[in-house]
Design a protein around this ligand. Structure first.
Ligand code: DQA
Length: 147
């Protein structure tokens, strides 16, 4: 019951960056809350952030061997990265895409997501709570696949 929680570019600045859009919580706060919930749900998580596309791709490859699910906020790579989509297409487990903001309410260029072509579910506009809801969904699907 291993789940990767992956965060793309600029999310290291969460809490400092455009707080009117992304809120005041930091990525460390998000990680702490994810770890607490994971313990409750009986999940093990690997929580990572990178500003580099290849690092996100390498973690997705790593997850292929080991994990049942990936929760990913790809940041701006959402809208640009065929390479991240290809990596996710090589992963067999559940994929949930998370956006803190409601991307559909924002600029036109944020409306298209390559990652959504693969994601089993998408959270957008739920703030950092979206990560928690995504983890609950992965846990549920892992339970169902056992039953
Ligand atoms: C984001 C939305 C993206 O459009 C943006 O580039 C981000 C964060 C979000 O969490 O709302 O970096 O993924």
């Amino acid at each position: 019951r291993l789940v990767y929680v992956l965060n793309g570019p600029n999310l290291n600045l969460l809490g400092k960056r455009q707080p009117h859009i992304y809120g005041h919580e930091t990525l460390t706060d998000v990680e702490r809350d994810c770890r607490a919930l994971a313990a409750e749900l009986g999940l093990e998580i690997r929580f990572h952030q990178s500003n580099r596309e290849y690092e996100l791709i390498d973690w997705i490859h790593e997850a292929r061997e080991t994990a049942g699910g990936i929760v990913i906020n790809p940041g701006a790579f959402t809208h640009t990265s065929v390479a991240i989509l290809d990596a996710l297409n090589a992963f067999d487990g559940t994929v949930i895409e998370v956006h803190i903001s409601n991307v559909h309410k924002r600029e036109e260029f944020r409306h298209h997501s390559f990652v959504s072509k693969r994601a089993d579910g998408v959270m957008a506009g739920f703030g950092t709570q979206g990560y928690q809801l995504a983890l609950r969904r992965v846990a549920r699907l892992l339970d169902d696949s056992k039953a």
